[in-house]
Structures are given as structure tokens and as C-alpha cells.
Design a protein around this ligand. Structure first.
Ligand SMILES: [Zn+2]
Length: 257
């Protein structure tokens, strides 16, 4: 990981110092109150642009390097990448959140400054949303649970801060919001979600129809359950309907949220 950080740093730009190994990416339109906050510093690497809205003392370079490392890992994990993500670091956000890009631009993440160096806080989760926007109008349950799964897998495989069995056990309780998809992760192993994402990428035409913003919820759910089943090598509908209490016609929200 040390080598990866060094490479990311040498390929970084920084408006404050003028050291620009890479040309400066354009700023996104200021479409929310969060964009309008003052910018103390802007820095960028090959695929990440980061804005410090929080405090002049924040060490933006190390945050940028971690975010680029997360980006590179997610690009492999999801078999896709948006080319660039924009990360705003703020002191006032009520929680981490993300939004799809303005006018086809890069997705934008809004991360809390206080936990910007803590991988378990929210940047793996929020960056996964940024990578997933192009798959269509995902039902909330699927979007949130794949973001939780990516966070779990990043903690284990990328950051190596967690041991797989005890960490995954923390998701294995009936009241966990991502219990259903994390059961699949436990059952089918570390390669399971990368297989799901490869299928999502491969079925582009079908995906664009099934996950269009105006598509019926049942169409979206049937499509996603078919992909989850194919990646598992067995029909998961009985498990979802009987054990998880999943109703194809009405399940939009994640459990408990
Ligand atoms: Zn989320």
C-alpha cells in the first residue's frame, strides 16, 4: 500500500502549490449549498478531484492518495469506473452522501472531514454509489447493500484491516440493513459481488431497459434477482421471498431504513 500511495501522490496536482503533474480538471457547477461553501484547497490525481471545504489545516494530499487507492480497487471490483470522481470534504455535512454528475459530469461525493482518513467512515460506501449511478435507477435496497458489501470487501481485501470471518459475522444478524445481500457474500465468497458486477456490465442493453428511471419496480427487482441468481449459480427467488421476506412488487427500500 505504501508504494501505491507514493505513486498516487507523484501523479497528483495541487492548485495551492502550483505543482501540476496533471492538467487541472474543471470545477463542477455549484448546484447545491454544499458546492457554494468556500474552497481552501483543490487537489487532483489521475481519477479523483478533491475539494477541501472544511478547514485550511486539512492534509489534502494524504486524503487524495487514499481516495485514489479506493478508486483503483473499486474499478476492479465493479468492472467499471466513471473515469473521474469529485470528492468534497466538508465540516458541516450531516452524513456522507453522493450524487450523480451534473450534465453527464463525474459523480460527486460529499464526505465528512472529521473521518476523512478513516476507511470505515464512509468513503468506500459513497464511492461505490458514484460507481453505480451509471447502472441506472437502482432500487434503494440494492444500491445501499452493494455499497455496504463493497465497504466490507474493501476493509478485508484492500485495506486489510479486518479478518474476513469475524468481520463478515458482524453483518450476519437479522436486523442488519444489508442482511440479505451479505448472506449471499457469506455463502458464495469474495468473488460473488465482482461476478454480479461483471454481469451488470455485460447485460448493458437489458440493464438499460430494466433499470430505466420509469421502469416498474417489479421489473427492476426481477432483473436484479436474475443477475444475483446467475452469479450464485442457483435460483435465489425462494431464499429472497421465504427467508428474507422480499416482495418483488413492493420492495424498494433497504430493510429498516
Ligand atoms: Zn448509501
Amino acid at each position: 500500500m505504501r508504494a501505491a500511495v507514493a505513486i498516487a501522490l507523484t501523479a497528483a496536482g495541487c492548485a495551492a502549490t502550483g505543482a501540476r503533474a496533471l492538467p487541472e480538471p474543471p470545477d463542477p457547477p455549484a448546484r447545491t449549498e454544499w458546492h457554494a461553501e468556500p474552497v481552501f484547497e483543490k487537489a487532483w490525481s489521475a481519477n479523483v478531484v478533491v475539494y477541501n471545504h472544511a478547514d485550511a489545516s486539512l492534509a489534502l494530499g494524504p486524503a487524495l492518495a487514499l481516495l485514489q487507492t479506493q478508486y483503483d480497487w473499486l474499478a476492479e471490483y465493479t468492472s467499471s469506473a466513471p473515469g473521474r470522481v469529485i470528492v468534497h470534504v466538508g465540516a458541516q455535512y450531516p452524513c456522507g452522501f453522493s450524487m450523480s454528475g451534473a450534465d453527464g459530469g463525474p459523480p460527486e461525493l460529499f464526505l465528512q472531514a472529521g473521518s476523512i482518513f478513516d476507511s470505515q467512515a464512509n468513503y468506500a460506501h459513497e464511492m461505490t454509489h458514484g460507481f453505480a449511478f451509471h447502472w441506472g435507477a437502482l432500487p434503494h435496497w440494492f444500491a445501499e447493500s452493494i455499497a455496504d458489501a463493497a465497504y466490507a470487501d474493501a476493509e478485508i481485501a484492500l485495506w486489510k484491516r479486518r479478518k474476513e470471518a469475524p468481520f463478515l459475522a458482524t453483518f450476519d444478524r437479522i436486523d442488519h440493513r444489508s442482511y440479505g445481500l451479505m448472506r449471499l457474500r457469506l455463502r458464495y465468497g469474495a468473488g460473488y459481488f465482482p461476478r454480479v458486477f461483471r454481469l451488470l456490465e455485460a447485460r448493458k442493453a437489458e440493464r438499460e431497459r430494466a433499470l430505466a428511471s420509469g421502469a416498474p419496480l417489479e421489473t427492476k427487482n426481477r432483473f436484479l434477482l436474475a443477475l444475483l441468481s446467475e452469479a450464485a449459480g442457483e435460483d435465489l427467488l425462494p431464499l429472497f421471498t421465504r427467508e428474507f421476506g422480499f416482495d418483488l412488487r413492493t420492495r424498494e427500500r433497504q430493510r429498516g431504513y
